[in-house]
Every structure is written in C-alpha cells, then in structure tokens.
Design a protein. Structure first.
Length: 106
C-alpha cells in the first residue's frame, strides 16, 4: 500500500492532468489514513475552491492553520482561499495574522 506521501504525489499528478475530482478523492484517502496530513489539507483547500466547494475549501484551509499555527504561509493561504470564496473581511484578518507573524503589520 502506498504511503500518504506517495499518495500525495499521485494527487499532484492528477491535478496537473486537470483531473481535479480524482485528485480530491486521492487527497481525501490520505486524510482517512492521516487526519493531520498538512499538505493534503492544503491541496484540498485549493482544489475544492477550484471546483466550487467553497465551504469545504475554507474548512481545510482553517485546518492547515490549526496544524501549523506558527507558519505565516498557512494564514496567507487561508487569506487567499477566503478571497476566492468572496469572504473579504475574513481574508483581511487572515492576512493580518500572516503579516504579524512575519513582522510586517503595515
């Protein structure tokens, strides 16, 4: 059986072939094996947003910030997902947090 990281590589290849539904399915399989696989949550946030599954996308982006609360990129991605989902106040809050961690609050 493939490891979660090998499965992640498969999901990336599926996404690159524009097979988003298959990539989403593979990423979901990873989370069934490892609920805290950060890269799977991050990729799901992007892929779900691209397929219009906005609430699910946001949930996965939020999960990334919970798993990596000290990583400014986690909050930057959350901000982008919020923006793409039309939730601008939440996007601004997430970006503020990312900048605060990086020492850039202006």
């Amino acid at each position: 059986m493939a490891t979660p990281d090998e499965m992640y590589d498969e999901a990336v290849a599926l996404k690159e072939d524009n097979k988003l539904d298959a990539a989403i399915a593979k990423l979901t399989e990873i989370l069934a094996l490892d609920a805290n696989h950060v890269l799977a949550h991050s990729a799901l946030a992007v892929n779900l947003q691209k397929t219009g599954r906005l609430d699910e996308a946001i949930q996965h982006a939020i999960r990334v910030t919970e798993l990596e609360p000290d990583d400014p990129f986690s909050f930057t991605q959350l901000s982008v997902i919020f923006q793409r989902c039309g939730r601008i106040p939440e996007a601004e809050t997430a970006m503020y947090r990312a900048r605060a961690m990086s020492g850039h609050t202006h």
